[in-house]
Design a protein around this ligand. Structure first.
Ligand code: F0G
Length: 352
């Protein structure tokens, strides 16, 4: 048998698992790396852009890479329940993998600030959904306290197995390109993913699988940019609800990834995010969620500023699937044109 069996099976030698670890998988990973030549041309980028489309994971985001490992290890250690705080994607993933593993899942969401698709995932997979009248940071604080009190596994990226699983995306990129890219652009929220990618690249480098390391370029939304500003944001705001986080857990690791790699952590506005979100869909046929587009927005911004010399190979991670949040897409695009059931009227609209 030679079918894709998920990231633990594929990258076992790099992961903290043994023969006796029960592997809980939905066959995550192996996501496409898409050559985005239309986008490059459209934004005037004189190198090559590749998009790592993580929205094609089983629950529609990169979280599944970390969750397969976190849940497998929870089962291995005899846990019966898992808990997380989430802006939506972690809860969707935790709920799905917990269902597969026959564990209970408790998810704490910031009330009214989670895209509907993500909420629908958590409920249909059977998690107990708790809407906290506060933001993500409030919810994560409570989850960490509960983790100290009850025999429940926290599956936020405070759980090191999440980072271990997520680093496999960097492996896949290097395996596909035959080398690391020059730059890696990625959205930053709780800062686990940038931490994971940097770890993955460094491990591949140490093993001699790649001969250079990329510069890590992390992007926060302007209204939720604690790392860029250097202080905790009490009331973070952004249309990109997935990264609406004011006190990221992996703050220091994100700074370290940027400084060790000679990259940077910077911010983009909601307008820049929405522009990138529409552009990648209309130029490349890829529907990602607004938070994901922060990576593209960052690339556009630096290209405009003349940051690049030309000839660079850049990878942007598109962290989640746009279908999770159709309301945002509909609100930023033209409305459908209504016509009676009459071909002449349709032809008037088509005007070819
Ligand atoms: N993009 C998407 C679509 C996300 O859902 C997240 C985080 C990020 C980017 C940022 O990744 O936190 O590792 O820096 N979502 C978390 C959640 C917070 O609860 O789903 P990060």
């Amino acid at each position: 048998m030679n079918y894709w069996r998920g990231i633990i099976h594929r990258y076992r030698e790099f992961l903290p698992v043994s023969e006796s670890t029960p592997v809980v998988t939905l066959c995550e990973g192996n996501t496409p790396l898409i050559h985005a030549e239309n986008l490059a041309k459209g934004i005037g980028f004189k190198g090559e852009i590749f998009l790592k489309y993580e929205g094609l994971n089983p629950t529609g985001s990169f979280k599944d890479r970390g969750m397969t490992l976190a849940i497998s290890k929870a089962v291995e250690s005899g846990k019966k329940a898992v808990i997380c705080a989430s802006t939506g994607n972690t809860s969707a993933s935790a709920a799905a993998y917990a269902a597969k593993a026959k564990l209970k899942a408790y998810v704490l969401l910031p009330k009214g600030a989670v895209a509907l698709g993500k909420l629908s995932q958590a409920v249909i997979y059977g998690a107990k959904v708790i809407a906290v009248q506060g933001n993500f940071d409030d919810a994560l604080y409570i989850v960490r306290k509960i983790g100290e009190l009850l025999p429940v596994e926290i599956v936020n990226s405070v759980n090191p197995y999440r980072i271990e699983g997520q680093k496999t995306a960097a492996f896949e990129i290097c395996d596909a390109l035959g080398e690391a890219p020059d730059y890696h652009f990625i959205p930053v929220g709780n800062a686990g993913n940038i931490t994971a990618y940097w770890k993955g690249y460094k491990e591949y480098y140490q093993k001699g699988k790649i001969k250079k390391l990329p510069k890590m370029m992390g992007w926060q939304a302007e209204g939720s940019a604690p790392i860029v500003k250097g202080y905790v944001i009490k009331n973070p705001q952004t249309i990109a609800t997935a990264i609406r986080i004011g006190n990221p857990y992996s703050w220091q690791q994100a700074l370290q990834a940027a400084s060790e790699s000679k990259g940077k952590i910077d911010a983009v506005s909601d307008d820049e995010i929405l522009n990138a979100y529409k552009l990648v869909a209309s130029k490349e046929g890829i529907f990602c969620e607004p938070a994901s587009a922060a990576s593209i927005a960052g690339l556009i911004k630096l290209t405009r500023e003349g940051y690049f010399r030309g000839g660079e190979v850049v990878v942007c991670t598109l962290t989640g699937n746009g279908l999770k949040d159709p309301n945002t897409a509909i609100s930023v695009c033209e409305e459908p044109i209504n016509v009676p059931p009459d071909m002449e009227k349709v032809l008037e609209v088509i005007k070819l």
